[in-house]
Structure formats: structure tokens, C-alpha cells
Design a protein around this ligand. Structure first.
Ligand code: GLN
Length: 513
């Protein structure tokens, strides 16, 4: 079905009121919002736009029909999950640059093909649930899935057999041991699907009665769909190396067969072969970010709208990733970073911020637990910058006094706003606004986002809050206004903004009470 772009959207694009909009402006807005030209939703749209020449008038714009028409409208209305994607990407670039200095760890060396990888490579790819994408560094260089295939194997098994049948054969607890430890849980099952024993079990549950070629083909198709239509590669040398050096994986499979963990009639040799082949499939950070975004989006690929996994499959898989996805660093990672993630000895971490975005961070040097050193640092920095830790929204909850709350009725949103303002995280504030939350809120002490932004000296956040019409001089329980805070902490630019001096923007003045 096609639809027409409404006139109000054209008016918003026509900032100068000349009645025409340069094609390049529209294309530029799409690019800045993170929509790439290879996005299938834009294929027809871009062709149409370029076909119009340099300028678009309202009628031409209205007749512009395209499946992804709503993207331009949503950019204009700032309704995308990350409204200011350009600024957001800049923050990611800064984090990338700082993290690139970290040369800690060593590349995996259990097979020669991994040992030979250039250790300095570093790529970060992001894809939001709206399909906004950003890529930094080495995001098109192929690497093998290895352990990062485990969430896909587990999800495929869940789709095939359902939760109850899958968990007759695999547990749900962290093992507290290394990923290939020769150990099973108290009832003789793999501890969870995110370690080798559990992934071998998942492999045994996927289309076991079909010939190997069919199983592999089906799994490759699944990865193609979840990566937005981009077919993964295969590294034959790694596959052979994996198979030839797989004593531990053979031992695990024999042990599981001995104690009756597999479904009856499981052929462990075929199962292992399937597992080695899956570990040897190649992807890139760019494509893995799309797959991660599909998890963030409840199982629907953002760019194609295709449902790949059921909601409950995704919920189960993310729960497992959250508690077990980072080998025996999982508890520490959940504490420090607080998002579902899966790492791999090839140096990638696939990370999911549910309802927001997916990320793939790839850099081959790993630590002794098997996690990419740079990817862990990168994610730690990301959650220190943005409000992505699962429990960030609870920060200062104990201070809530509902009688003193100003407008918002959503406590999580209130404290997300306050936290975001204090860290200078303008993207999260914009997201809250896009979701209809007010930034004119306060905590138990009467501290508002504006107080926090002023106290921390985040002038851009102060400007933004004022542009949103928040109260300009709210007093906290000690009678202090945001301006008082800025003065106390000597933030000249904020003082200037809030005292209506030289640099006071129109926006601030308009918002003043
Ligand atoms: N192919 C590897 C193995 O089974 C995968 C391990 C990993 O990435 N942790 O040993």
C-alpha cells in the first residue's frame, strides 16, 4: 500500500517559506536521521526524489508515494526513537575515539585463523528500532559468529519447539564457569543456552530430522532475514579448524549423551557438525547491529517490518543474554552495564537496548573471560553517557514524595529525566518528550531536570529544557533555583543563559516565567 505525504510535513520542511524545498535538503534530513540509501523503505522514495530534479513543490511532494513515507514525517515531527540522531552519533564517535586507545587483551589463539586476525580492528554499529543506523570504524569487515550465534540458536530452537520443550533439555541459570567448562547442572542439563553445552543442545533441537544441508540452509536464511536481507558469509578454514580442535565440545556432547540430556535419537556428531558450521558463519558489525535491533524491536526487523521471532522468544532470549551472555563476567556486566548482551571469542559483543536499539561492537582483543576488551569498555562508557542501564530509571526512587510531584505521573520518566539532565544526555530527554513525558517534573527535594543540568553546567540541556517550556525558576526544598546552582558551581555559560544576559537565547527568554 502506498500513501501520500501530508502538506503539513512539506510546510515544516519549507523553512524559508519559498514554496519549494531542495531535494538535497530532504535527502540530507534522511541521512542525518540515520536512514541510509540502502534502506529498503527508501529505495523507491529516493528514486522519485532524484527524478524530480533540484526542487520539490508541495504538489510533487504530496504525490510522492512511497512505503517509507512516514519516515520523513516522523523526522519532521521528532517522533523517532532517537530524534537528534546526528548528535547521538557524535557522542558515539567520541566514545569510540577514547576507547580505541585501549590495547588490552589478546586475540583468541585456540585456532590459527583467529590468531592471525589484525588485533587493532575496531567497529561499532548501531541500529535503532526505527532502522536509524550509524557505523563507525571497521563495520564491514567479516568476522565469524562463534559464541554470538548462541542467542540465534536458542531463539531458533524456541521457535521450533516452544519454551517448555526446549527447557526440558537446557537450564536457565548462569554457570559461574567458563564457556566450555565440562560441567552440567544438578539435573544433568547444560546450565543455560549461552554457554557451549547449552548451544550444542540448542543445535540438536533445530530441525533434527532434516539433512544437514537443509538445517544449515534454514539457519542461514534466518540470519539473512534478521540482518535485513543481507546474506551472511561462511569461513571454511575456520570451520575445519573448529572441527579439528574440538575435543572439549566433543567431550561435552558425549557427557550430555551419557546422562541422557539430549532428546532421544539425537545424533551428536551431526549436532556438533551443525554447531561448528554455525560458529563459522561470517557476519559484520553492520549486519549484527540490525539483528540486535530486531531483538530490541520484539522480533520484527526494523527496515523490512518482517517478524522473525515471536515476542515471547525474544523475551526469553534477552533474559538469558542478560543473566548469562557474557560468560563468567555476566553478573559483573549486568551490574555495571545492565543490558542484555552476548559476546564471542571473535571479539564481538552484540548488545540490545530493548525498545530503543541494537549495537554490535567488534574488536578482536579479548580478556581472560573471552570478552572483547574494547567492546566492554565501550559499553561501560555508553551507559555512563546515556540512560541505558536497565535500572537507570530507578535512580533516586527512594526520594519520591508523590505529594510534591509537579506534573508527570510517570515516576520512571521523572527520574530518567533528572538523571539524563545531570549527565548531559539530551537524546534521552528528547526521547522522553517524544514519548509524551513532561520534563517539568521534580523529585522529593524539589530538584528538577533544569536544576541538575544547571548544576552540572550542561548549557545545551538548559537551552533544550527551556525550549520545552519547563518552569524557569523552580525552587527546590532549600529555596534554590537552577540559576543559584549554576552560580554556586560557577558555570558561566549557564549563568548567562538563565540570567537573561548577553547570551540568553530567545528560547530561554520565551520560557521565562
Ligand atoms: N567455536 C567456539 C567454541 O565452541 C565458540 C566459543 C566462543 O565464542 N566462546 O569453542
Amino acid at each position: 500500500m502506498t500513501a501520500h505525504a501530508p502538506q503539513s510535513v512539506f510546510q515544516a520542511l519549507d523553512k524559508t517559506g519559498t514554496g519549494v524545498v531542495p531535494v538535497q535538503d530532504i535527502v540530507g534530513r534522511l541521512n542525518l536521521a540515520g536512514f541510509k540509501s540502502d534502506d529498503p523503505r527508501l529505495a523507491g522514495t529516493l528514486d522519485q526524489l532524484y527524478g524530480l530534479g533540484d526542487l520539490v513543490n508541495p504538489d510533487e511532494f504530496e504525490n510522492l508515494t512511497y512505503p517509507g513515507h512516514s519516515l520523513i514525517e516522523r523526522i519532521v515531527k521528532e517522533e523517532l526513537v532517537i530524534p537528534q540522531f546526528g548528535e547521538f552519533t557524535e557522542r558515539f564517535q567520541e566514545i569510540y575515539d577514547v576507547t580505541a586507545a585501549n590495547k588490552g587483551g589478546r586475540v583468541a589463539s585456540y585456532i590459527p585463523q583467529l590468531a592471525r586476525v589484525d588485533p587493532d580492528q575496531f567497529g561499532v554499529a548501531v541500529c535503532t528500532i526505527d532502522g536509524q543506523r550509524a557505523v563507525i570504524g571497521d563495520t564491514d569487515i567479516p568476522f565469524t559468529f562463534q559464541s554470538s550465534s548462541k542467542p540465534f540458536l536458542y531463539s531458533a530452537a524456541l521457535e521450533n519447539l516452544g519454551e517448555e520443550r526446549v527447557h526440558r533439555h537446557v537450564g536457565r541459570e548462569p554457570s559461574g564457569q567458563t564457556f566450555n567448562e565440562l560441567t552440567l547442572n544438578k539435573i544433568g542439563l547444560p546450565h543455560n543456552p549461552m554457554i557451549n553445552a547449552g548451544a550444542i543442545m540448542s543445535a540438536s533441537l533445530i530441525l533434527p530430522n532434516l539433512p544437514m544441508a537443509e538445517r544449515f540452509e534454514a539457519f542461514t536464511k534466518l540470519l539473512t532475514r534478521i540482518s535485513g536481507g543481507r546474506r551472511p558469509g561462511f569461513n571454511n578454514a575456520i570451520y575445519h579448524s573448529e572441527r579439528e580442535t574440538a575435543d572439549r565440545n566433543f567431550a561435552l556432547a558425549h557427557y550430555m549423551r551419557e546422562v541422557g540430556a539430549f532428546p532421544e535419537e539425537t545424533d551428536i556428531f551431526k549436532t556438533l557438525d551443525f554447531y561448528f558450521a554455525v560458529c563459522s558463519i561470517e557476519t559484520t558489525a553492520r549486519d549484527m547491529a540490525t539483528a540486535a535491533a530486531t531483538f530490541a524491536n520484539g522480533g520484527v526487523v526494523p527496515q523490512t517490518g518482517t517478524r522473525v521471532f515471536r515476542n515471547d522468544t525474544v523475551k526469553n532470549c534477552l533474559s538469558m543474554m542478560y543473566s548469562c551472555g557474557m560468560y563468567d563476567y555476566s553478573g559483573e556486566f549486568a551490574f555495571r552495564v545492565g543490558i542484555p548482551a552476548k559476546s564471542s571469542v571473535s571479539g564481538v559483543i552484540m548488545a540490545v537496548i530493548p525498545n530503543v536499539m541494537g549495537m554490535a561492537i567488534w574488536s578482536p582483543r579479548i580478556d581472560e573471560t573471552g570478552n572483547s576488551v574494547r567492546a566492554v569498555e565501550f559499553l561501560e562508557r555508553v551507559v555512563a553517557t546515556f540512560n541505558f542501564h536497565n535500572y537507570d530509571s530507578l535512580v533516586e526512587t527512594r526520594k519520591i514524595d508523590p505529594r510534591r510531584r509537579r506534573q508527570t505521573t510517570d515516576l520512571n520518566a521523572t527520574f530518567s529525566a533528572i538523571h539524563a539532565a545531570s549527565t548531559g544526555d539530551i537524546d534521552s530527554l528528547q526521547r522522553l518528550v517524544a514519548y509524551g513525558h513532561s520534563l517539568d517534573c521534580e523529585d522529593y527535594d524539589g530538584r528538577t531536570p533544569l536544576h541538575l543540568a544547571a548544576a552540572e553546567g550542561h548549557a545545551n540541556v538548559v537551552k533544550y529544557l527551556c525550549s520545552q517550556g519547563v518552569a524557569y525558576k523552580p525552587e527546590d526544598r532549600w529555596g534554590n533555583t537552577p540559576l543559584d546552582d549554576a552560580v554556586r558551581h560557577e558555570h558561566a555559560s549557564v549563568i548567562e543563559l538563565l540570567s537573561g544576559g548577553e547570551g540568553c537565547s530567545d528560547l530561554c527568554c520565551q520560557a521565562a516565567e
